[in-house]
Design a protein around this ligand. Sequence first.
Ligand SMILES: [Zn+2]
Length: 136
Amino acid sequence: MVATNYGKIDSRHSDVREFDFRNRMATTKVDYPKLPDDQDLYSGLIRLHVLHHAVEEPIFGLGMIEELARHGYRISPGTLYPLLHSLQKKGYLRSSEQLNGKSRRKIYRATPLGRKALGAAKNKVRELFHELMESD
Ligand SMILES: [Zn+2]
């Protein structure tokens, strides 16, 4: 499967509510147990995760699917691409085309607005983190 097959962005699904755990295209060797139906809880974390990596370096869809799988989030291209698209629409990411062998792929980087949004989110995450861990 080549990355360009995932390149189509479906704008009908810009509001991401579900993660497709049946999709096995994420090529991670780690097999996570099937999670209960609480993925809604993680959608914000996944957005922040994506934004964090887009601040660090250019990201592309398939690479990000693998990175998220490494953290235990199984996300299909049909979920991730609309998510990237919506972050771009909000002005947090910008995209460009990159040659990858003979094919092209879309890469994303954080914009200054995206960095700013991540910075603000970090403070909130830090606060929540401390509160969550205190009650343990
Ligand atoms: Zn990561």
